[in-house]
Design a protein around this ligand. Structure first.
Ligand code: NAX
Length: 328
């Protein structure tokens, strides 16, 4: 339709957004005929807002035909107003010597506030995608604050892990990337997440018939995908940004494309052995734009169950660390 989609983005002056916003404005996220309005949210500090102004100047300078407007704000109530999609990219990074529990709590406060405000002011068809880490738990926290919006509206991104796994399998098999299908991510967006290689296919054949080195699949493959974020930091001196932005484009694009099958962290409801109340990565199929059903037909082997139990344990612990905040 010609009515612009309103896309709210937090952390809009950060490094992921510096790759992300230009892709949204060019039509990569919602398609080449869909106008967008960007509602850019940053923290109320002069440095952040000044940097955001610079990003907006560059967006102007791209003369994107689909970009019908921009809002620059440090007030989430303004930024999330009537948003159809809210992309929660901003988060507090883990500082030196900071405990994981403190990181969870500090981010918990941000996502409690944002969850409440989105629930109050976003559009009737609001959809929320969380990238800021710890993404699954931040998503769970935001959803817990909503009275109007149902939990299925809140998803967290594990698509970067899926894309990483697909690329590694293609490399190992020496095939084109597009030959690798049905590689899905289960669990947390953290080194514990599990790319279920047994369900993947390469040129239509089960992975294990093409990559016969099962020790590579169970060892270096899982390790490379799980620790890819750290490897990027070690090499670049900065965390993944362009690939994360690209993954978010894929995450949303797949969620608005009926029939798309892809990995998304959603409220588990007890599927695949996850605690019902955590947000865990799993395969979903998009039904109508913005809506999806979880694919529950994959059978899990003992090795898969073991791996899922580990990532579920981490999600349950993260939830326990913030439970007093979200219930209080
Ligand atoms: P940056 O530090 O470059 O940018 C974050 C921006 O968010 C900053 O400009 C900051 O001012 C802003 N911000 C912080 N709190 C905010 C709030 N309450 N409201 C609005 N803006 C706020 O980080 P960047 O590299 O862009 O990464 C952003 C987040 O993505 C981090 O939490 C990072 O850990 C996470 N990631 C998640 C990934 C995933 O697959 N789910 C992968 C990439 C990335 O590591």
């Amino acid at each position: 339709s010609n009515t612009p989609i309103r896309v709210a983005v937090t952390g809009a002056a950060g490094q992921i957004s510096y790759s992300l916003l230009f892709r949204i404005a060019s039509g990569a996220m919602f398609g080449p005929d869909q106008p967008v309005i960007l509602q850019l949210i940053e923290v109320p500090f002069e440095k952040a807002m000044k940097a955001l102004e610079g990003v907006a100047m560059e967006l102007d300078d791209c003369a994107f035909p689909l970009l019908k407007g921009m809002v620059l704000t440090d007030d989430p109530r303004v930024g999330f107003k009537d948003a159809n999609w809210s992309l929660l990219v901003g988060a507090k990074p883990r500082g030196p010597g900071m405990e994981r529990a403190d990181l969870l709590k500090d981010n918990g406060k941000i996502f409690i506030g944002q969850g409440q405000i989105i629930d109050e002011v976003a559009a009737a068809d609001a959809r929320i995608a969380v990238v800021g880490n710890p993404a699954n738990t931040n998503c769970m926290i935001a959803a817990s604050q909503a009275k109007r919006l149902t939990p299925d509206r809140f998803t967290a991104m594990v698509r970067l892990d899926q894309n990483r796994a697909q690329a590694q399998l293609a490399k190992k098999a020496g095939v084109d990337l597009t030959a690798v299908k049905d590689i899905f991510i289960y669990g947390n967006h953290s080194p514990t997440m599990f790319p279920a290689f047994k369900h993947a296919t390469i040129n239509g054949k089960p992975v294990k018939e093409v990559i016969t080195d099962i020790d590579w699949l169970k060892g270096p493959f899982l390790e490379t995908v799980g620790k890819r974020g750290a490897a990027i930091i070690a090499a670049r001196g900065l965390s993944s940004a362009a690939s994360a932005a690209n993954a978010l484009v894929d995450h949303v694009r797949s969620l608005v494309t009926p029939g798309a099958i892809h990995s998304v962290a959603v409220k588990s409801e007890g599927r695949y052995g996850f605690d019902p109340d955590v947000w865990a990565g799993m395969p979903v199929k998009t039904t109508t734009p913005g809506s999806y059903e979880v694919i529950t037909s994959y059978e899990l082997c003992d090795f898969c169950k073991e791996k899922i139990a580990l990532t579920n344990k981490e999600l349950v612990e993260e939830r326990a660390a913030v439970l007093d905040m979200i219930k209080g």
